[in-house]
Design a protein around this ligand. Sequence first.
Ligand code: URA
Length: 242
Amino acid sequence: MRLDKFLVEAGVGSRTEVKQLLKKKLVEVNGVVETSAKRHVDEKADQIVCQGQVLGYEKFVYYMLNKPKDVISATEDNHHKTVLDLLDKTAHDKEVFPVGRLDIDTHGLLLLTNNGALAHAMLSPKRHVDKLYQAKVQGIVTVEDIEAFEKGIVLDDFSCQPAQLLIKEVDEKAETSLVHITIKEGKFHQVKRMVAARGKKVVDLQRLSMGPLVLDQSLSLGQWRRLTDQELVALENFKVEI
Ligand code: URA
């Protein structure tokens, strides 16, 4: 691959920044200063050093974000802060994007990557990837609601697949319930609309997991970390299996 492409993908900087670094003789290939952006390198065999640092080649990057409210699941927006604004420079240089969307007022697990094939596998309606949400509901959730979710809630424009509803807590006095809902689809406002179809209202929604990926509870809202090797293996196996 071209040296400038390698350097951008290694997270060194933008194409323009990389050109400057080359011009300033700050890049070495196998111990020899290289100034040509067009130079072809073998990313597996050649040793590439930039400003004294040996660069490892990473084509794909994966971020787990604990998305806060009031931030939108997009890469750009004229009015709101986006999830990309919360990540680092590498995420921008590598052009990561969110794998699916959470509503502006939903918080919790969001995966961001530049691996289009993985994103496609996770989002494909044919693959039925489980998404687990914790919802605080205004109203008392009942056994009838559980059965209705199991049968498949019918919305105005869409019949949902069977979904699992688990009652975690009920506060009779406040008339609120805390539930876990697992859905296999990802239609617009799906969880909120399913709960509304039962005459109740979601007042807080958090995503806890998506396929094999579970929200790291040590991440506070707005914090992120790269996926661990273990999580990457789990995702890769999952992609093959589903
Ligand atoms: N369902 C919703 O209603 N909102 C989300 O953000 C995700 C699932």
